[in-house]
Design a protein around this ligand. Structure first.
Ligand SMILES: NC(=O)c1ccc[n+]([C@@H]2O[C@H](COP(=O)([O-])OP(=O)(O)OC[C@H]3O[C@@H](n4cnc5c(N)ncnc54)[C@H](O)[C@@H]3O)[C@@H](O)[C@H]2O)c1
Length: 422
């Protein structure tokens, strides 16, 4: 029996088409690993619960885990990022799923609880909400050793788990898949970079000639700054880390405090993982340029002070799906994308399947690794093994028909030794 709650089951055919297109762009996850998993069944008898953005790419991860023998349960990791057609298609494929676009905070946690009730052995999280809920509300899953290992997909989730681990509160083995090279150097940089185009597209504005401010110069935000410049924008970067700020400056971007940018910024896009990147005060709000577009691509909806902007606005008018026009008391208009939530996922379809292939290749192989090593794993954060990171890299290169050099024994010994000098 499939357990589920989705928005509209009749969207399944449309979702199936989306899955097909993504599948063809995910040769590592949806072909090489899936075909091996189907033969070897490394996840037989294992229940996996994922709290992930329910997109066509995630659907292909679910298919691969299922091919490996797992009983798969899915819920959305953001109230607005679920693609309802994809969720409907997964019901038809016997994936247990609790996800729909536009759920309330209460419904969001209800969906997580429905997945945890299935007593999962592996949790795959995106933002830490599922694993933290397991600690708080389902402690028996940890005490009785039902959960054997967990994975975290995004930077904000990893930061929360680092804090939890430092406080001695992390009681499960946790692999920060986000920090693997095959993940954050591609998914975060290239996916989010390209995502800004998708996010802004429906606003009918040209990037060319616009003053675009990118908050942050980390993995996501540096990709966004580069793409905005590529489209012809005059790009300013804001930072709190002096080294990142220097990197942005030497890469040719303007660098200054965000407050200075407000009177001239046409578009501000945030992806910092920080709170109130634009400070929530009337004085700051009054400085925003008339017609400014505000969008966030960071995990939570607190980077742009959404709640305070809504309170301060005289009128809030939806101007298209997931875009609102806020009339400020000084008569200026502010366009807020996606209620301050991940604009690339809410206004478009998230990262391209080609890049998610690597993130989900890692998640698939890490699920297998957790099962194989279940007796050795200890509570706390453990890095993704380099061999798995490399394997996904090699598989991706292979799928693109690209070969690279392999170290000879002499070269290997040289770079790992200290005997040879001048
Ligand atoms: N939209 C998506 O699809 C997507 C994809 C991956 C990650 N994310 C999320 O995006 C966020 C950023 O992830 P990342 O991997 O780029 O993190 P990162 O740590 O590599 O980069 C964040 C950068 O923001 C800077 N920063 C922090 N506070 C700031 C502030 N107040 N003002 C200006 N800069 C500030 C940091 O110094 C850092 O350089 C996280 O919330 C992550 O979970 C979103």
């Amino acid at each position: 029996m499939t357990n589920y709650k989705v928005a509209d089951e009749s969207l399944a055919e449309k979702g199936k088409e989306a899955l097909y297109i993504a599948e063809n762009k995910m040769p590592v996850t949806a072909k090489v690993i899936r075909e091996r998993f189907a033969k070897e069944k490394p996840l037989k008898g294992i229940t996996i619960a994922g709290c992930l953005h329910v997109t066509k790419e995630t659907a292909n991860l679910a298919r691969t885990l299922k091919a490996g023998g797992a009983d798969v349960w899915l819920c959305g990791s953001n109230p607005l990022s679920t693609q309802d057609d994809v969720a409907a298609a997964l019901v038809k494929e016997d994936i247990n799923i609790f996800a729909w676009h536009g759920n309330t905070d209460e419904e969001f946690y209800w969906c997580i609880r429905e997945c945890l009730k299935a007593k999962p052995n592996i949790l795959i999280d995106d933002g830490a909400d599922m694993i933290i809920t397991a600690h708080k509300e389902f402690p028996e899953l940890i005490k009785e050793g039902i959960i054997i290992g967990c994975q975290e997909e995004t930077t904000t989730g990893v930061k929360r788990f680092k804090a939890m681990d430092a406080a001695g509160d992390l009681k499960v083995p946790l692999f920060p898949v986000n920090d693997a090279r095959c993940k954050n150097q591609f998914d975060n940089e290239l996916g989010t970079g390209q995502g800004i185009v998708a996010a802004i597209y429906g606003m009918h504005v040209l990037f060319a000639g616009k003053n675009v401010v990118i908050a942050g110069y980390g993995h996501c935000s540096s990709g966004m700054a580069l793409r905005a410049r590529g489209l012809g924008a005059n790009v300013t970067v804001t930072e709190v880390d002096p080294i990142k700020a220097l990197q942005a400056k030497f890469a040719g971007f303007n660098v200054m405090p965000i407050e200075v940018t407000l009177p001239y910024a046409d578009i501000i896009l945030t992806a910092t993982g920080c709170k109130h990147v634009i400070q929530p005060t009337k004085e700051i709000f009054d400085k925003l340029k008339d017609g400014i577009i505000l969008g966030n691509l960071g995990h939570f909806d607190i980077e742009i002070p959404t709640k305070e902007l809504y309170e301060y606005a005289k009128e809030i008018k939806p101007v298209r799906s997931n875009v609102e026009e806020l009339l400020m008391p000084n008569g200026k208009k502010v366009y807020l994308l996606a209620k301050g939530r991940l604009a690339n996922l809410v206004l478009s379809e998230g990262h391209p399947a080609e890049v998610m292939d690597m993130s989900f290749g890692l998640q698939s192989l890490m699920s297998e690794y957790i099962v194989k090593n279940r007796d050795k794993l200890k509570p706390g954060m453990v890095d993704v093994p380099v061999e798995i990171d490399d394997r996904v890299g090699f598989l991706k290169l292979q799928s693109m028909g690209i070969e690279i050099d392999i170290l000879t024994k002499e070269q290997y010994d040289y770079i790992h030794g200290y005997a040879e000098g001048t």
